[in-house]
Design a protein around this ligand. Structure first.
Ligand code: NCD
Length: 293
C-alpha cells in the first residue's frame, strides 16, 4: 500500500506524471474518476485551506467526503491512536487525510490502515502536498526550467513543516536554496544561510518563499514582538523594488509581518495561484493513490 507521508514517497518521474494530471485538473471541471469512492478527512489541528482544498479535490473527482469531527473524537477521551486507526479502517474508506500537531501521527496510522494515508501536515515534520503545489507553481511559472533557480526561504524555518518538505523536494529538483532567518528560526542545515534579508540577497533571488511565524509551536515568545521580526524579515515593496521574481507563501499570511499589504496585491505574489494549484495537485495525488494502489 502506498501512502503520502513525506515528499520522499514519490520519485521524480512520478512527480512529473502528477504535474501532467495537475495541469489538466486546472480546468476545474467535475470528473467521475473517483465515483463510488469515499475519502475521509480527520484534522486534529486547525486548517482552512488544506482541509477545504483536499475536500474540493476529492469532490471534483466524484468521491464522497466524510469529515470526522475531531472536537468530539474519542482520541480526546483517551482512545489510543492505534484504536482510532482500527476504527477508521473498519469504515473502509478509499483514502484518509490526516493532520496532527504531533510529528509521526500519519506514519503510525498508515501502519494499520488498508487504504492510502495522506499527510495533511504533522507537527514540524512534513506537509508533502504543500511542497508539491509550491514546486508545481514554480515549475509552471518557469516553464519547467527550474534547475539552478535561486529560492530564498524566509521566516520561521525551524518550526515549519512547509519548509522541511520544500527543502527536500526543491533540492531534489535542482533549485539552489538559501535559508533566511534570525538565529532562533534557523534550523541546523548544510544549506547556505543568511541571518538578514538585504538587497544583495534579493538581487540573486528568482523566488522568495515567505513563511508564517509559527507562534503555536514556540515554547516561549522568542521575538519580543512580531513588529521587530517584521522590521527585519517582512517582504515589502521597498525591499523588492522592481526585481523580477515571484513571491510565494503557504498561507495563512500574517499581513505586514510576513508580507506587506502592498506586496500582497503585487502581480509577482502568487499566493492565490498557489491555492488554485493546490486543489489540482491534490486531485492528481488522490487519483494516483486511490486508483493505482
Ligand atoms: C501551513 C501549515 O498549516 O502547515 N499552512 C497550510 O497548510 N496552508 C503553514 C502555516 O500554518 O503557517
Amino acid at each position: 500500500m502506498r501512502h503520502l507521508i513525506t515528499t520522499k514517497d514519490f520519485n521524480k518521474d512520478e512527480i512529473l506524471e502528477l504535474f501532467k494530471d495537475t495541469k489538466e485538473f486546472l480546468d476545474e471541471k467535475p470528473r467521475t474518476l473517483l465515483e463510488g469512492k469515499s475519502v475521509t478527512t480527520i484534522f486534529f489541528e486547525n486548517s482552512t485551506r488544506t482541509l477545504s482544498s483536499f475536500e474540493s479535490a476529492a469532490q471534483r473527482l466524484g468521491a464522497k467526503v466524510l469529515r470526522l469531527d475531531t472536537s468530539r473524537s474519542s482520541l480526546r477521551k483517551g482512545e489510543t491512536l492505534y484504536d482510532t486507526a482500527m476504527i477508521l479502517d473498519s469504515m473502509s474508506p478509499n483514502a484518509i487525510i490526516v493532520r496532527h500537531a504531533y510529528s509521526g501521527v500519519p506514519h503510525i496510522l498508515a501502519k494499520h490502515m488498508h487504504c492510502p494515508v495522506l499527510n495533511g501536515g504533522d507537527g514540524k515534520h512534513a506537509h508533502p502536498t504543500q511542497a508539491l503545489l509550491d514546486l508545481f507553481t514554480i515549475w509552471t511559472h518557469f516553464k519547467g526550467k527550474i534547475k539552478d533557480k535561486i529560492i530564498l526561504i524566509v521566516g520561521d524555518i525551524k518550526n515549519s513543516r512547509v519548509a522541511a518538505s520544500n527543502i527536500e523536494l526543491l533540492n531534489r529538483f535542482g533549485l539552489k536554496i538559501i535559508l533566511v532567518a534570525p538565529p532562533h528560526f534557523m534550523p541546523h542545515s548544510n544549506l547556505e544561510k543568511s541571518y538578514k534579508l538585504d538587497d544583495k540577497l534579493i538581487d540573486k533571488a528568482d523566488i522568495i518563499m515567505s513563511l508564517r511565524t509559527q507562534t503555536e509551536r514556540h515554547n516561549k515568545s522568542i521575538y519580543a514582538s512580531l513588529k521587530d521580526y517584521a522590521n527585519d524579515f517582512c517582504i515589502q515593496s521597498n525591499l523588492i523594488k522592481n526585481k523580477k521574481l515571484i513571491l510565494l507563501h503557504p498561507g495563512p499570511v500574517n499581513r505586514n509581518t510576513d508580507i506587506s499589504d502592498e506586496m500582497m496585491s503585487d502581480k509577482r505574489t502568487l499566493v492565490l495561484q498557489q491555492v488554485k494549484n493546490g486543489v489540482a495537485i491534490r486531485m492528481a495525488v488522490l487519483k494516483k493513490l486511490i486508483l493505482e494502489n
